[in-house]
Design a protein around this ligand. Structure first.
Ligand SMILES: [Zn+2]
Length: 523
Protein backbone atom coordinates (compact mmCIF):
# COMPACT_ATOMS: atom_id res chain seq x y z
CA UNK A 1 0.00 0.00 0.00
CA UNK A 2 1.53 3.30 -1.04
CA UNK A 3 0.86 6.28 1.23
CA UNK A 4 1.01 9.98 0.38
CA UNK A 5 4.05 10.38 2.63
CA UNK A 6 5.99 7.99 0.40
CA UNK A 7 5.86 5.03 2.78
CA UNK A 8 5.00 1.75 1.12
CA UNK A 9 3.87 -1.24 3.21
CA UNK A 10 0.88 -3.50 3.83
CA UNK A 11 0.99 -4.11 7.54
CA UNK A 12 2.31 -2.24 10.50
CA UNK A 13 5.61 -3.80 11.49
CA UNK A 14 7.44 -2.08 14.30
CA UNK A 15 10.71 -3.73 13.26
CA UNK A 16 10.53 -1.85 9.98
CA UNK A 17 9.31 1.61 10.91
CA UNK A 18 10.34 4.30 8.48
CA UNK A 19 11.97 6.74 10.89
CA UNK A 20 12.09 9.32 8.12
CA UNK A 21 8.35 9.30 7.37
CA UNK A 22 7.63 13.03 6.98
CA UNK A 23 3.94 12.59 7.85
CA UNK A 24 4.78 11.17 11.28
CA UNK A 25 7.04 14.10 12.13
CA UNK A 26 4.51 16.58 10.72
CA UNK A 27 1.91 15.07 13.02
CA UNK A 28 4.11 15.68 16.05
CA UNK A 29 4.90 19.20 14.88
CA UNK A 30 1.17 19.93 14.74
CA UNK A 31 0.86 18.79 18.34
CA UNK A 32 -1.55 15.97 17.50
CA UNK A 33 -0.04 13.76 20.15
CA UNK A 34 -3.12 12.30 21.86
CA UNK A 35 -2.48 8.62 22.54
CA UNK A 36 1.27 8.81 21.98
CA UNK A 37 3.60 7.53 24.66
CA UNK A 38 4.97 10.18 27.04
CA UNK A 39 3.90 13.15 24.94
CA UNK A 40 0.11 12.92 24.89
CA UNK A 41 -0.53 15.36 27.72
CA UNK A 42 -0.66 19.11 27.41
CA UNK A 43 3.06 19.72 27.94
CA UNK A 44 4.03 17.09 25.40
CA UNK A 45 1.57 18.48 22.90
CA UNK A 46 2.71 22.05 23.40
CA UNK A 47 6.43 21.34 23.21
CA UNK A 48 6.14 18.99 20.26
CA UNK A 49 4.48 21.89 18.51
CA UNK A 50 7.06 24.43 19.64
CA UNK A 51 10.13 22.28 19.04
CA UNK A 52 8.89 20.35 15.99
CA UNK A 53 11.15 17.29 16.37
CA UNK A 54 12.18 15.73 13.05
CA UNK A 55 14.13 12.72 14.32
CA UNK A 56 14.38 10.36 17.30
CA UNK A 57 17.18 12.37 18.86
CA UNK A 58 15.06 15.54 18.92
CA UNK A 59 11.98 13.71 20.15
CA UNK A 60 14.06 12.20 22.96
CA UNK A 61 15.11 15.74 23.85
CA UNK A 62 11.45 16.87 23.92
CA UNK A 63 10.60 14.02 26.30
CA UNK A 64 13.41 15.03 28.68
CA UNK A 65 12.77 18.74 28.36
CA UNK A 66 9.15 18.48 29.53
CA UNK A 67 10.24 16.96 32.84
CA UNK A 68 10.06 19.30 35.86
CA UNK A 69 13.87 19.61 36.23
CA UNK A 70 14.35 21.30 32.86
CA UNK A 71 11.22 23.38 33.22
CA UNK A 72 12.27 24.69 36.63
CA UNK A 73 15.98 25.29 36.11
CA UNK A 74 16.66 28.96 35.28
CA UNK A 75 19.28 28.79 32.61
CA UNK A 76 19.88 31.85 30.48
CA UNK A 77 18.78 35.42 30.12
CA UNK A 78 16.66 36.18 27.08
CA UNK A 79 18.30 39.31 25.62
CA UNK A 80 15.05 40.43 23.98
CA UNK A 81 13.12 40.58 27.25
CA UNK A 82 15.80 40.54 29.94
CA UNK A 83 13.98 37.65 31.63
CA UNK A 84 15.50 34.35 32.65
CA UNK A 85 14.62 31.36 30.49
CA UNK A 86 14.45 27.82 31.80
CA UNK A 87 16.40 25.00 30.13
CA UNK A 88 13.38 23.97 28.05
CA UNK A 89 12.66 27.40 26.61
CA UNK A 90 16.34 28.03 25.98
CA UNK A 91 16.39 24.84 23.88
CA UNK A 92 13.27 25.96 22.00
CA UNK A 93 14.86 29.29 21.15
CA UNK A 94 18.35 28.09 20.29
CA UNK A 95 16.96 25.33 18.09
CA UNK A 96 14.72 27.84 16.32
CA UNK A 97 17.73 30.11 15.82
CA UNK A 98 16.12 32.91 17.84
CA UNK A 99 18.90 32.75 20.39
CA UNK A 100 22.59 32.20 19.73
CA UNK A 101 24.08 29.10 21.29
CA UNK A 102 26.47 30.25 23.99
CA UNK A 103 28.51 28.43 26.57
CA UNK A 104 29.50 29.99 29.86
CA UNK A 105 32.69 27.96 29.58
CA UNK A 106 34.37 26.33 26.58
CA UNK A 107 34.54 23.03 28.50
CA UNK A 108 30.78 22.75 28.09
CA UNK A 109 30.73 23.03 24.31
CA UNK A 110 31.46 19.39 23.43
CA UNK A 111 29.05 18.26 26.14
CA UNK A 112 26.10 20.36 24.97
CA UNK A 113 26.68 20.70 21.26
CA UNK A 114 24.22 17.95 20.28
CA UNK A 115 21.45 19.46 22.38
CA UNK A 116 21.54 23.06 21.14
CA UNK A 117 23.69 24.29 24.02
CA UNK A 118 21.62 23.11 26.96
CA UNK A 119 21.86 20.19 29.41
CA UNK A 120 19.10 17.68 28.69
CA UNK A 121 20.30 14.29 29.97
CA UNK A 122 21.85 12.79 33.07
CA UNK A 123 24.88 11.66 31.05
CA UNK A 124 25.67 15.31 30.33
CA UNK A 125 25.49 16.07 34.03
CA UNK A 126 28.02 13.29 34.68
CA UNK A 127 30.28 14.62 32.01
CA UNK A 128 30.12 18.11 33.51
CA UNK A 129 31.25 16.57 36.80
CA UNK A 130 34.30 14.97 35.20
CA UNK A 131 35.24 17.65 32.66
CA UNK A 132 34.30 20.79 34.58
CA UNK A 133 34.89 19.79 38.22
CA UNK A 134 37.56 17.15 37.69
CA UNK A 135 35.59 14.33 39.33
CA UNK A 136 36.60 10.74 38.71
CA UNK A 137 34.01 8.63 36.90
CA UNK A 138 33.16 7.01 40.20
CA UNK A 139 32.60 10.39 41.89
CA UNK A 140 30.54 11.52 38.92
CA UNK A 141 28.41 8.42 39.24
CA UNK A 142 27.78 8.94 42.92
CA UNK A 143 26.80 12.52 42.08
CA UNK A 144 24.37 11.15 39.52
CA UNK A 145 22.91 8.86 42.17
CA UNK A 146 22.59 11.65 44.72
CA UNK A 147 20.92 13.83 42.10
CA UNK A 148 18.68 11.02 40.89
CA UNK A 149 17.50 10.04 44.34
CA UNK A 150 17.21 13.56 45.71
CA UNK A 151 19.40 12.79 48.70
CA UNK A 152 19.33 16.19 50.41
CA UNK A 153 22.22 15.59 52.86
CA UNK A 154 24.33 14.04 50.16
CA UNK A 155 23.65 16.97 47.83
CA UNK A 156 25.18 19.50 50.22
CA UNK A 157 28.33 17.42 50.35
CA UNK A 158 28.37 16.97 46.58
CA UNK A 159 27.95 20.72 46.10
CA UNK A 160 30.97 21.44 48.31
CA UNK A 161 33.11 18.90 46.43
CA UNK A 162 31.87 20.22 43.09
CA UNK A 163 32.77 23.85 43.84
CA UNK A 164 36.16 22.85 45.22
CA UNK A 165 36.81 20.66 42.18
CA UNK A 166 35.80 23.40 39.76
CA UNK A 167 38.02 25.94 41.53
CA UNK A 168 40.95 23.54 41.24
CA UNK A 169 40.23 23.24 37.51
CA UNK A 170 40.62 27.02 37.31
CA UNK A 171 36.95 28.09 37.09
CA UNK A 172 35.55 30.99 39.08
CA UNK A 173 33.32 30.28 42.06
CA UNK A 174 30.44 32.18 40.45
CA UNK A 175 30.61 30.02 37.34
CA UNK A 176 30.89 26.87 39.45
CA UNK A 177 27.79 27.82 41.44
CA UNK A 178 25.81 28.55 38.29
CA UNK A 179 26.72 25.22 36.75
CA UNK A 180 25.90 23.42 39.98
CA UNK A 181 22.47 25.06 40.13
CA UNK A 182 21.55 23.27 36.89
CA UNK A 183 22.68 19.99 38.38
CA UNK A 184 20.68 20.70 41.50
CA UNK A 185 17.50 21.32 39.52
CA UNK A 186 17.94 18.06 37.71
CA UNK A 187 17.40 16.27 41.03
CA UNK A 188 15.11 13.34 40.66
CA UNK A 189 13.85 14.42 37.24
CA UNK A 190 16.64 14.20 34.72
CA UNK A 191 16.33 11.37 32.22
CA UNK A 192 19.23 9.35 31.03
CA UNK A 193 19.56 9.43 27.31
CA UNK A 194 19.01 5.73 26.56
CA UNK A 195 15.79 5.92 28.52
CA UNK A 196 14.63 9.01 26.66
CA UNK A 197 15.54 7.46 23.30
CA UNK A 198 13.55 4.31 23.97
CA UNK A 199 10.56 6.42 25.00
CA UNK A 200 11.00 8.48 21.84
CA UNK A 201 10.96 5.28 19.76
CA UNK A 202 7.63 4.31 21.33
CA UNK A 203 6.28 7.81 20.76
CA UNK A 204 7.34 7.73 17.10
CA UNK A 205 5.87 4.25 16.55
CA UNK A 206 2.60 5.57 17.89
CA UNK A 207 2.75 8.54 15.53
CA UNK A 208 3.61 6.18 12.68
CA UNK A 209 0.58 3.99 13.40
CA UNK A 210 -1.61 7.07 13.79
CA UNK A 211 -0.77 8.69 10.43
CA UNK A 212 -0.93 5.52 8.36
CA UNK A 213 -3.84 3.77 10.06
CA UNK A 214 -5.74 6.44 11.98
CA UNK A 215 -8.99 4.45 12.12
CA UNK A 216 -7.43 1.44 13.80
CA UNK A 217 -5.34 3.70 16.01
CA UNK A 218 -8.36 5.51 17.45
CA UNK A 219 -10.43 2.34 17.66
CA UNK A 220 -7.78 0.60 19.74
CA UNK A 221 -7.05 3.60 21.91
CA UNK A 222 -10.76 3.94 22.65
CA UNK A 223 -11.02 0.23 23.44
CA UNK A 224 -8.34 0.67 26.12
CA UNK A 225 -9.78 3.90 27.49
CA UNK A 226 -10.97 2.04 30.60
CA UNK A 227 -7.38 1.43 31.67
CA UNK A 228 -7.20 5.18 32.25
CA UNK A 229 -8.11 6.47 35.73
CA UNK A 230 -10.57 8.90 34.13
CA UNK A 231 -12.06 6.80 31.36
CA UNK A 232 -14.55 9.42 30.20
CA UNK A 233 -11.97 12.17 29.95
CA UNK A 234 -9.82 9.85 27.86
CA UNK A 235 -12.76 9.01 25.58
CA UNK A 236 -13.60 12.67 25.18
CA UNK A 237 -10.07 13.63 24.17
CA UNK A 238 -9.81 10.75 21.71
CA UNK A 239 -13.22 11.37 20.16
CA UNK A 240 -12.46 15.05 19.61
CA UNK A 241 -9.05 14.41 18.13
CA UNK A 242 -10.46 11.65 15.90
CA UNK A 243 -12.66 14.32 14.29
CA UNK A 244 -9.51 15.96 12.92
CA UNK A 245 -8.82 12.69 11.12
CA UNK A 246 -12.39 12.71 9.74
CA UNK A 247 -13.40 9.85 11.99
CA UNK A 248 -16.88 10.19 13.41
CA UNK A 249 -17.86 8.43 16.61
CA UNK A 250 -21.55 7.53 16.76
CA UNK A 251 -23.60 6.86 19.90
CA UNK A 252 -23.84 3.21 20.99
CA UNK A 253 -26.22 0.91 19.15
CA UNK A 254 -27.59 -2.44 20.24
CA UNK A 255 -28.16 -3.27 16.55
CA UNK A 256 -24.80 -2.57 14.96
CA UNK A 257 -22.58 -1.91 17.94
CA UNK A 258 -20.42 -4.37 19.77
CA UNK A 259 -19.05 -4.67 23.25
CA UNK A 260 -16.04 -2.66 22.05
CA UNK A 261 -15.80 0.35 19.74
CA UNK A 262 -16.31 -0.95 16.20
CA UNK A 263 -16.74 0.28 12.63
CA UNK A 264 -20.03 0.49 10.76
CA UNK A 265 -20.27 -0.32 7.07
CA UNK A 266 -20.04 3.37 6.32
CA UNK A 267 -16.78 3.47 8.29
CA UNK A 268 -17.95 5.43 11.29
CA UNK A 269 -16.90 4.29 14.73
CA UNK A 270 -19.70 3.13 17.03
CA UNK A 271 -19.39 3.62 20.76
CA UNK A 272 -18.60 0.34 22.54
CA UNK A 273 -21.54 -0.96 24.58
CA UNK A 274 -19.30 -2.04 27.47
CA UNK A 275 -18.15 1.57 27.91
CA UNK A 276 -21.64 2.91 28.67
CA UNK A 277 -21.89 3.95 32.29
CA UNK A 278 -24.55 1.75 33.89
CA UNK A 279 -24.08 -1.13 31.45
CA UNK A 280 -21.75 -3.66 33.03
CA UNK A 281 -19.88 -6.33 31.13
CA UNK A 282 -22.26 -8.83 32.74
CA UNK A 283 -25.31 -7.25 31.16
CA UNK A 284 -23.85 -7.43 27.64
CA UNK A 285 -25.24 -10.94 27.09
CA UNK A 286 -28.73 -9.96 28.24
CA UNK A 287 -28.70 -6.95 25.93
CA UNK A 288 -28.36 -9.31 22.97
CA UNK A 289 -32.05 -10.16 23.50
CA UNK A 290 -33.03 -6.63 22.55
CA UNK A 291 -31.49 -6.93 19.09
CA UNK A 292 -33.96 -6.67 16.26
CA UNK A 293 -36.60 -4.92 18.35
CA UNK A 294 -37.87 -1.87 16.50
CA UNK A 295 -41.11 -0.85 18.22
CA UNK A 296 -41.80 0.19 21.76
CA UNK A 297 -44.56 -2.42 21.94
CA UNK A 298 -42.14 -5.25 21.12
CA UNK A 299 -39.66 -3.84 23.60
CA UNK A 300 -42.18 -3.73 26.44
CA UNK A 301 -43.57 -7.14 25.57
CA UNK A 302 -40.07 -8.54 25.82
CA UNK A 303 -39.19 -6.74 29.03
CA UNK A 304 -42.44 -7.27 30.91
CA UNK A 305 -43.98 -10.47 29.54
CA UNK A 306 -41.00 -12.63 28.62
CA UNK A 307 -39.96 -14.36 31.82
CA UNK A 308 -36.63 -15.35 30.28
CA UNK A 309 -35.70 -11.75 29.58
CA UNK A 310 -33.38 -10.59 32.31
CA UNK A 311 -32.30 -7.13 31.17
CA UNK A 312 -32.06 -5.04 34.31
CA UNK A 313 -34.00 -1.87 34.77
CA UNK A 314 -30.99 0.46 35.04
CA UNK A 315 -29.53 -1.09 31.89
CA UNK A 316 -32.74 -0.46 29.95
CA UNK A 317 -32.83 3.11 31.24
CA UNK A 318 -29.21 3.70 30.19
CA UNK A 319 -29.85 2.23 26.73
CA UNK A 320 -32.94 4.38 26.20
CA UNK A 321 -31.16 7.49 27.45
CA UNK A 322 -28.32 7.20 24.97
CA UNK A 323 -30.65 6.11 22.16
CA UNK A 324 -28.90 2.78 21.82
CA UNK A 325 -32.09 0.89 20.93
CA UNK A 326 -33.34 0.71 17.37
CA UNK A 327 -36.73 2.18 18.21
CA UNK A 328 -37.40 5.29 16.13
CA UNK A 329 -39.30 7.32 18.69
CA UNK A 330 -38.06 10.15 20.82
CA UNK A 331 -36.04 8.80 23.73
CA UNK A 332 -37.76 11.06 26.26
CA UNK A 333 -41.15 9.67 25.21
CA UNK A 334 -39.87 6.12 25.26
CA UNK A 335 -38.40 6.56 28.72
CA UNK A 336 -41.66 8.07 30.03
CA UNK A 337 -43.62 5.05 28.80
CA UNK A 338 -41.10 2.65 30.27
CA UNK A 339 -41.10 4.41 33.65
CA UNK A 340 -44.91 4.39 33.66
CA UNK A 341 -45.14 0.66 32.93
CA UNK A 342 -42.52 0.00 35.62
CA UNK A 343 -44.66 1.56 38.33
CA UNK A 344 -47.67 -0.67 37.56
CA UNK A 345 -48.53 -3.96 39.23
CA UNK A 346 -48.62 -7.15 37.16
CA UNK A 347 -52.43 -7.02 37.15
CA UNK A 348 -52.51 -3.45 35.90
CA UNK A 349 -49.90 -4.12 33.24
CA UNK A 350 -51.50 -7.35 32.06
CA UNK A 351 -54.76 -5.53 31.54
CA UNK A 352 -53.06 -3.01 29.28
CA UNK A 353 -51.33 -5.73 27.29
CA UNK A 354 -54.54 -7.82 27.03
CA UNK A 355 -56.45 -4.85 25.68
CA UNK A 356 -53.60 -3.96 23.33
CA UNK A 357 -53.40 -0.56 24.95
CA UNK A 358 -49.60 -0.58 25.13
CA UNK A 359 -49.33 -0.39 21.38
CA UNK A 360 -50.26 3.08 20.20
CA UNK A 361 -51.82 4.78 23.18
CA UNK A 362 -50.19 7.55 25.14
CA UNK A 363 -49.49 7.14 28.83
CA UNK A 364 -52.37 9.48 29.68
CA UNK A 365 -54.74 7.27 27.68
CA UNK A 366 -53.39 4.10 29.27
CA UNK A 367 -53.75 5.59 32.73
CA UNK A 368 -57.31 6.78 32.06
CA UNK A 369 -58.30 3.39 30.74
CA UNK A 370 -57.09 1.35 33.70
CA UNK A 371 -58.67 3.81 36.13
CA UNK A 372 -62.01 3.81 34.29
CA UNK A 373 -62.11 0.05 34.32
CA UNK A 374 -61.36 -0.13 38.02
CA UNK A 375 -58.11 -2.06 37.58
CA UNK A 376 -56.01 -0.26 40.24
CA UNK A 377 -57.51 -1.40 43.54
CA UNK A 378 -58.76 1.43 45.75
CA UNK A 379 -58.57 5.19 45.71
CA UNK A 380 -55.18 5.28 47.41
CA UNK A 381 -53.68 3.30 44.60
CA UNK A 382 -55.26 5.55 41.99
CA UNK A 383 -53.93 8.65 43.72
CA UNK A 384 -50.47 7.12 43.99
CA UNK A 385 -50.45 6.34 40.28
CA UNK A 386 -51.54 9.85 39.34
CA UNK A 387 -48.91 11.40 41.58
CA UNK A 388 -46.11 9.19 40.32
CA UNK A 389 -47.05 9.89 36.72
CA UNK A 390 -47.05 13.63 37.48
CA UNK A 391 -43.53 13.20 38.93
CA UNK A 392 -42.29 11.39 35.84
CA UNK A 393 -43.77 14.03 33.57
CA UNK A 394 -42.15 16.79 35.60
CA UNK A 395 -38.76 15.06 35.55
CA UNK A 396 -38.92 14.61 31.79
CA UNK A 397 -40.55 17.92 31.01
CA UNK A 398 -37.48 19.99 30.05
CA UNK A 399 -36.05 20.74 26.65
CA UNK A 400 -35.76 17.35 24.94
CA UNK A 401 -32.58 17.97 23.04
CA UNK A 402 -30.89 19.38 26.12
CA UNK A 403 -31.97 16.40 28.17
CA UNK A 404 -30.73 13.95 25.55
CA UNK A 405 -27.31 15.63 25.45
CA UNK A 406 -27.09 15.65 29.25
CA UNK A 407 -27.94 11.94 29.35
CA UNK A 408 -25.25 11.18 26.80
CA UNK A 409 -22.78 13.21 28.81
CA UNK A 410 -23.61 11.17 31.88
CA UNK A 411 -23.59 7.74 30.27
CA UNK A 412 -20.98 8.20 27.52
CA UNK A 413 -18.77 10.89 29.02
CA UNK A 414 -19.68 13.39 26.32
CA UNK A 415 -22.61 14.25 24.08
CA UNK A 416 -22.16 12.34 20.83
CA UNK A 417 -25.31 13.29 18.97
CA UNK A 418 -24.41 16.99 19.03
CA UNK A 419 -23.18 19.75 21.29
CA UNK A 420 -25.12 21.86 23.76
CA UNK A 421 -23.87 24.85 21.78
CA UNK A 422 -26.44 23.91 19.14
CA UNK A 423 -29.25 24.68 21.59
CA UNK A 424 -28.52 28.38 21.31
CA UNK A 425 -28.99 31.01 18.72
CA UNK A 426 -25.52 31.40 17.28
CA UNK A 427 -25.93 34.08 14.66
CA UNK A 428 -22.79 35.90 15.80
CA UNK A 429 -20.52 32.85 15.68
CA UNK A 430 -18.10 32.90 12.73
CA UNK A 431 -15.64 30.14 13.63
CA UNK A 432 -15.77 26.57 14.92
CA UNK A 433 -13.18 25.06 17.23
CA UNK A 434 -11.92 22.98 14.33
CA UNK A 435 -11.71 25.81 11.81
CA UNK A 436 -9.89 27.87 14.44
CA UNK A 437 -6.92 25.53 13.97
CA UNK A 438 -6.29 26.72 10.43
CA UNK A 439 -6.52 30.46 11.21
CA UNK A 440 -3.48 32.71 11.28
CA UNK A 441 -1.80 34.68 14.04
CA UNK A 442 -3.92 37.67 15.09
CA UNK A 443 -7.06 36.55 13.20
CA UNK A 444 -10.18 37.69 15.04
CA UNK A 445 -12.84 35.15 15.97
CA UNK A 446 -16.28 34.77 17.46
CA UNK A 447 -16.78 31.24 18.63
CA UNK A 448 -19.68 29.58 20.48
CA UNK A 449 -18.49 26.95 22.94
CA UNK A 450 -19.10 24.96 26.09
CA UNK A 451 -16.54 25.62 28.83
CA UNK A 452 -15.06 22.20 29.61
CA UNK A 453 -12.31 23.03 32.07
CA UNK A 454 -10.96 26.09 33.84
CA UNK A 455 -7.47 26.39 35.24
CA UNK A 456 -6.84 29.48 37.34
CA UNK A 457 -3.32 30.75 37.87
CA UNK A 458 -1.72 33.89 39.23
CA UNK A 459 0.21 36.00 36.75
CA UNK A 460 3.55 37.54 37.59
CA UNK A 461 1.85 40.44 39.37
CA UNK A 462 -0.09 38.00 41.54
CA UNK A 463 -3.37 38.72 39.73
CA UNK A 464 -5.73 35.88 38.87
CA UNK A 465 -6.11 34.85 35.25
CA UNK A 466 -7.27 31.59 33.69
CA UNK A 467 -6.81 29.06 30.91
CA UNK A 468 -9.81 27.21 29.57
CA UNK A 469 -10.53 24.12 27.58
CA UNK A 470 -13.63 24.62 25.43
CA UNK A 471 -15.57 22.54 22.92
CA UNK A 472 -18.24 22.63 20.28
CA UNK A 473 -19.45 19.76 18.10
CA UNK A 474 -16.31 19.93 15.95
CA UNK A 475 -13.38 19.85 18.39
CA UNK A 476 -12.17 20.53 21.90
CA UNK A 477 -9.39 23.07 22.17
CA UNK A 478 -7.27 24.32 25.03
CA UNK A 479 -5.08 27.36 25.39
CA UNK A 480 -8.06 29.72 25.64
CA UNK A 481 -6.55 32.46 27.74
CA UNK A 482 -8.31 35.07 29.85
CA UNK A 483 -5.84 37.65 31.17
CA UNK A 484 -6.30 39.24 34.59
CA UNK A 485 -8.10 42.44 33.51
CA UNK A 486 -10.69 40.49 31.56
CA UNK A 487 -10.87 37.81 34.20
CA UNK A 488 -11.65 40.34 36.92
CA UNK A 489 -14.54 41.60 34.80
CA UNK A 490 -15.77 38.35 33.22
CA UNK A 491 -14.92 35.78 35.87
CA UNK A 492 -18.53 35.49 36.97
CA UNK A 493 -19.60 34.18 33.56
CA UNK A 494 -16.79 31.68 33.38
CA UNK A 495 -18.14 28.43 34.79
CA UNK A 496 -17.63 24.85 33.72
CA UNK A 497 -20.46 23.53 31.59
CA UNK A 498 -21.67 27.00 30.54
CA UNK A 499 -22.38 27.81 26.91
CA UNK A 500 -20.67 31.05 25.97
CA UNK A 501 -19.80 33.27 23.04
CA UNK A 502 -16.10 34.14 23.07
CA UNK A 503 -14.71 37.02 21.07
CA UNK A 504 -10.97 37.21 20.77
CA UNK A 505 -8.02 36.64 18.53
CA UNK A 506 -5.72 33.80 17.70
CA UNK A 507 -2.19 33.84 18.97
CA UNK A 508 0.17 31.55 17.12
CA UNK A 509 3.84 32.18 17.63
CA UNK A 510 6.88 30.49 19.12
CA UNK A 511 5.33 30.76 22.58
CA UNK A 512 2.46 28.52 21.55
CA UNK A 513 -0.99 28.58 20.07
CA UNK A 514 -4.12 29.80 21.74
CA UNK A 515 -7.17 31.99 21.76
CA UNK A 516 -6.74 35.26 23.63
CA UNK A 517 -10.10 36.33 24.99
CA UNK A 518 -11.43 39.88 24.62
CA UNK A 519 -14.94 39.26 25.79
CA UNK A 520 -17.22 36.47 26.90
CA UNK A 521 -20.99 36.48 27.08
CA UNK A 522 -23.68 33.88 27.65
CA UNK A 523 -25.00 32.34 24.50
ZN1 LIG B 1 4.72 7.48 6.06
Amino acid sequence: MKFDCGCDFEMLDFDNVNLECPASWDLLGQGLTKGLFQIEKQLGRRYCKRIGPRNIEELAAVISLIRPGCLEAEYREDPSTGKMLNITDTYVKTKAGELKIEYIDPVLEPIFKDTFGVPVYQEQIMQICTDFAGFTLQEADSTRKAVGKKLVDKMAEVEKDFIEGALKMGHSEEKARTVFSWIDKFSGYGFNKSHAVSYAMLGDWGAYAKVHFPREFFKNKLAFSDSNPDEFDEIKQLVYEAKLFHINVLPPSVEVGKSQFSFTESNDLVFGLSHIKGVGVKSLKTIEQLKGITTSYDLFKKLFLDKKCKVKRNVVQALIKCAALAIPIDRVKLLARYEFLLMLTDRERNYLFDKSLVKDNSVTEMLASIIENGIPRGNNRINRLMETWADIKRDLGGNRKRMALAWEKYHLGMPLSGSEVELYNNWQVDTTCQSFLSLKHNDRVKVGVIIEEIREIKDKNENLMCFMKVSDATYMMDGVTVFCNQYAKLGWIIQEGKAVLIKGRKSDNSKGTGLLVNSIEHL
